[in-house]
Ligand binder design. Structure first.
Ligand code: IMP
Ligand code: MG
Length: 479
């Protein structure tokens, strides 16, 4: 779906407590953090149709009305500032809404969705948040149509499960191969940061890379696959190479900063951001993570890299260090949200502002403050590939306030999924809508996945060299 922003009203719920010195200490329970106001508002609008007899007509009229509001909002955001009316109707109704890079085909999407899932036939359960998210996603893909030129994917929880790797038998691989063959540029934009170290990304994407070779993709086609690591800090590209045994393999290799961040491109250049400002952000984040670790008794480790700092489960050895604590295997999501919001708060109050964006997010099992953002990555690549915003889409799972995909909304269309399974559904729509492949053709391509020799089904994370630690990129010997 296109750009919708999530505002946080820090003062939504607050408890007033008298501090030791008599000063007022307030804790802010940040409810809006877990909400998307546009989706919530649409849900409310649909609820009216549900209560008032559930007629399909009523839902469709509502969808047409919202479609019209989006169109009007786009005219407002597109017009020059001098011409701008004070606000759009949509902005009045949903103040957090930002910019849409295309129209949304909500009526058609709703009709298609309802034809399949019969949501208007339900008598007890009105359309839910997730269903509206699905309809918005579909309306975005219908609006892009055959204008699609670039798809970026988040890694963890979008292409593979959190901390996992791309399985060779994943249906996603045949879909990505079809897109590449059709000329679409594919880029995994991930926070995972292994610098320009291609083999580390190869571990995470092994299954897909093997499929590129089995599908007989040419060098030119394989070259259309990119990775951005560390949010926006490292660009890498896939190549077709011969390995030591003379076998063809797909390899991931770094692209020099000077190439994709050349002066001629009117876009952000992360490699030129001042080091002292980067250090300032990471120092504050690291100090904040340390405090959180202590105060919340987290059995966690803090990891510092050149453009990021993370707090990760500390493993069994932390049990001794923090006997009355938690999180050595998995950090609680509540604790991770608190860690992130504290870091955001402290960074917001930084004495001297910095000249680049940064992001703080809850990664599901860990929390990070990263220099840069996925929005920066998309913007830099749009300039490098000379592709307009309306022809790009970013697919990810982290679109709430404490997520790291949300920043892409400012620079391209977005699709919000919750799991690799949902990504598969979305790509099936993309193959139909943007490439015009019919159901039979899509099924036939999928069937090809199973006709080769039996491939190892286990996690490709287990390489002969041992298991790779997804946080550090280090290989750990097999015990
Ligand atoms: P994404 O969902 O593909 O953006 O990947 C996010 C995950 O990458 C995090 O939750 C971490 O587990 C992992 N990761 C590894 N290194 C880094 C880093 O330097 N910054 C942020 N995340 C990292
Ligand atoms: Mg993710």
């Amino acid at each position: 779906m296109a750009s919708l922003d999530i505002g946080v009203n820090m003062a939504e719920i607050s408890l007033s407590v008298e501090g030791r010195g008599g000063e007022s200490l307030r804790n802010h329970y940040n409810q809006a953090m877990r909400k998307d106001k546009l989706v919530e508002w649409i849900k409310e609008m649909m609820h009216h149709s549900f209560v008032l007899g559930n007629s399909v007509e009523s839902y469709i009229t509502t969808m047409e009305y919202i479609e019209e509001l989006v169109r009007e909002h786009r005219e407002w955001t597109d017009s020059s500032r001098a011409l701008r009316r004070k606000t759009s109707r949509l902005k009045t109704l949903v103040p957090t809404v930002d910019v849409f890079h295309t129209e949304l085909h909500l009526k058609d999407a709703f009709t298609k969705y309802n034809n399949k899932y019969a949501i208007t036939s339900r008598k007890h359960v009105p359309p839910t948040f997730n269903e509206i998210r699905h309809v918005l996603n579909l309306s975005q893909l219908l609006a892009i149509g055959d204008d699609l030129k670039f798809i970026s994917f988040d890694g963890d929880q979008t292409l593979y499960s959190d901390g996992g790797n791309f399985e060779e038998k994943s249906g996603l691989s045949y879909q990505i191969i079809e897109l590449i063959k059709a000329g679409v540029i594919i880029c995994v934009i991930t926070a995972a940061n292994y610098f320009h170290d291609g083999p580390k990304y190869e571990v995470r994407l092994q299954g897909l890379l093997r499929r590129f070779i089995k599908a007989g993709l040419s060098e030119e086609e394989i070259n259309r696959f990119y990775i951005v690591g560390g949010e926006c800090n490292w660009l890498l590209q896939a190549h077709k190479r011969e390995n030591d045994e003379g076998k063809l393999v797909a390899r991931i290799e770094g692209v020099e900063h000077e190439v994709w961040q050349a002066d001629e491109y009117d876009a952000p250049k992360p490699s030129k951001w001042p080091q002292e400002e980067i250090d300032r952000v990471l120092d504050i984040a690291e100090a904040s993570f340390n405090n959180s670790r202590q105060e919340m008794r987290l059995r966690a480790r803090i990891l510092r890299k050149p453009t990021s700092v993370g707090i990760i489960p500390g493993g069994a050895k932390m049990i001794q260090e923090v006997p009355q604590g938690h999180g050595n295997e998995k950090l609680k999501s509540e604790a991770l949200d608190e860690v992130v919001l504290r870091a955001i708060d402290e960074l917001n109050n930084m004495e001297h502002s910095v000249s680049f964006p940064y992001c703080a997010f809850n990664g599901g099992r860990d929390a990070w403050v990263d220099i840069g953002s996925k929005g920066v990555a998309v913007e830099a690549l749009q300039a490098y590939f000379a592709i307009e915003k309306k022809s790009c889409v970013h697919i990810g799972d982290q679109f709430l306030k404490t997520g790291n995909d949300i920043s892409a909304r400012a620079t391209c269309n977005t699709v919000w999924i919750e799991s690799p399974k949902e990504t598969f559904k979305i790509l099936d729509h993309v193959l139909g809508i943007s490439l015009g492949l019919d159901k039979m053709e899509r099924a036939a391509t999928e069937a090809k996945l199973d006709d080769d020799e039996q491939s190892p089904r286990g996690s490709p994370r287990n390489t002969p060299a041992g298991r790779m630690n997804v946080y550090t990129g280090e290989f750990e010997p097999v015990k």
